[in-house]
Design a protein around this ligand. Structure first.
Ligand code: CP3
Length: 353
């Protein structure tokens, strides 16, 4: 497939082309910091409605596009959205996050999981992604996303978010055979889901292994990395040209390992200096990030200085400008607007490689 001059900016950079400025988007760019989102939330109080009724999810996904014209428009959804399709019931509670009513703790429960059939259980995803693509055209890149096996297993086993991950670590360190079966089933389902998103219009897919940063490096090598690789390999087999991004929260200790996952782009948080991240990841790996979301509470001059600092350290190739994690709900919308305006005025001509 030829890359025409109308290929959007983010997709070009993600494929390794030299571009005049780094493309920019923000994680959680649709959400609570926007008044338009808070207003719509009053009409649709349930997260599952907001993310699964196509017209509502399309509108929410496009709110930041209409306000700021980011280079990436991400599907409004959640990493746990495909779980009911495997037979894992879930809801997303206000202020708490995902809740699994019958957490997976036994061999029997894992045996009962079924393969994912996205056409049957996630048809709304296709409708949403197709609409986003036709709305943004060549002006922006549509991103899909999935949760990684370890992080989805953490929700499925714990039943909700956790600070200590005691239940899944108990399983990992005392009965790993069941957990490995669960991780393998999740990896295959996630690969199917990522392919379905790409077939429906996603041009880049980001995988969130949010809770893999809770593992020691040796446990990351056992419970996270092999299953990240399993997902990425399966997706690359059928969709070799779709750039894949990997994010781990608190990834400073495992950056080099993330580079072995098969991801094209590693998302870097603010615990690492971007210049160090570049040096540790090597020349082939593209990067995303890495501003502290809290920077958007600073003055305009401060925000500008931090953007310039990250861009200089990332160099003139293979960088997608982003926050290191989701934008915080208390962030002033005006500062988000300033972040995008400033990023779009950059020119990499003076930046060293
Ligand atoms: O980036 C985007 O704009 C896409 C939207 C998106 C959501 N969840 C919407 C959402 C994405 C990419 C996610 C991924 C997700 N969900 C992750 C990985 C990213 C990360 O944070 O590390 C995780 C761990 C989840 C699980 C989850 N869902 C949590 C922890 C929460 C937050 C609970 C809270 O209220 O703070 C949710 C709910 C959720 N998903 C919200 C949003 C915008 C907040 C609830 C709301 O706005 O109504």
């Amino acid at each position: 497939m030829g890359v025409s001059s109308t290929t959007p900016h983010l997709l070009r950079a993600a494929r390794g082309e030299v571009v005049d400025r780094p493309p920019v988007w923000m994680m959680r760019q649709a959400g609570r910091y926007m008044k338009a989102y808070r207003d719509l939330r009053e009409q649709y109080p349930s997260f599952r409605e907001r993310s699964e009724i196509p017209d509502v999810a399309i509108e929410v996904s496009l709110q930041p596009w209409k306000a700021f014209q980011p280079d990436g428009v991400i599907l409004f959804s959640d990493i746990v959205t495909p779980l009911p399709g495997l037979g894992i019931d879930m809801d997303i509670a206000e202020g708490k996050g995902p809740i699994i009513s019958s957490p997976l703790r036994t061999q029997e429960q894992i045996d009962r999981l079924h393969p994912l059939e996205p056409e049957a259980t996630l048809p709304f995803i296709k409708t949403i992604l197709q609409a986003l693509r036709s709305e943004v055209g060549d002006k922006s890149t549509v991103l899909g996303f999935v949760g990684a096996p370890w992080t989805l297993a953490a929700y499925a086993v714990e039943g909700k978010g956790s600070k200590t991950y005691s239940i899944i670590k108990n399983m990992a360190f005392s009965d790993p055979t069941i957990l490995h079966q669960l991780l393998a089933k999740l990896a295959d389902a996630i690969a199917i889901y990522a392919r379905y998103q790409i077939d429906s219009g996603a041009q880049v897919v980001q995988m969130f292994d949010s809770w893999a940063g809770q593992l020691s490096p040796q446990d990351y090598d056992t419970f996270a990395l092999p299953y990240q690789q399993r997902v990425f390999q399966q997706v690359k087999q059928t969709h070799p040209d779709t750039p894949l991004i990997l994010l781990v929260s608190g990834s400073a200790g495992v950056l080099e390992r993330m580079a072995q996952s098969g991801a094209d782009i590693v998302s870097v948080d603010w615990a690492v200096d971007m210049a160090d991240a570049r040096a540790r990841l090597g020349k082939q790996v593209k990067v995303q990030g890495n501003l502290d979301p809290g920077v958007l509470f600073g003055s305009k001059q401060f925000i500008r200085d931090r953007i310039l600092d990250t861009v200089r350290k990332a160099g003139n190739w293979g960088h997608i400008l982003n926050l290191g994690h989701g934008v915080l709900p208390e962030t002033p919308e005006e500062n988000v607007a300033f972040f995008f305006e400033t990023a779009k005025e950059l020119n990499l001509a003076g930046v060293k490689g």
